[in-house]
Design a protein around this ligand. Structure first.
Ligand SMILES: [Zn+2]
Length: 83
């Protein structure tokens, strides 16, 4: 028997979203903390994969803190910088 490992691109877990996930969201309920990290190498059942847009739009519930731990350098809209 041959086992083939597929390296499938993970998709954003938001319902109806077709974009590729690039961010992993994890949270700790006890501390009311939400973390955004670069997409984890392995799928974690306690984490959510999100695309760039959904990660950017994410608003934690009131009383929660959002910590963006992504290493990525933010890419700004070139048009805005040109002015
Ligand atoms: Zn999405």
């Amino acid at each position: 028997m041959v086992t083939t490992v597929f390296h499938m691109a993970r998709q954003c877990t938001r319902q109806g979203c077709v974009h590729r996930a690039s961010v992993t969201l994890t949270y700790q309920y006890a501390r009311s903390l939400v973390w955004l990290d670069d997409l984890s190498a392995e799928r974690d059942p306690h984490a959510y994969d999100l695309c760039e847009q959904h990660a950017g739009r994410l608003k934690p519930p009131s009383g929660w803190h959002l910590e963006d731990r992504r290493q990525r350098v933010h890419v700004y809209d070139a048009g805005r910088l040109a002015g």
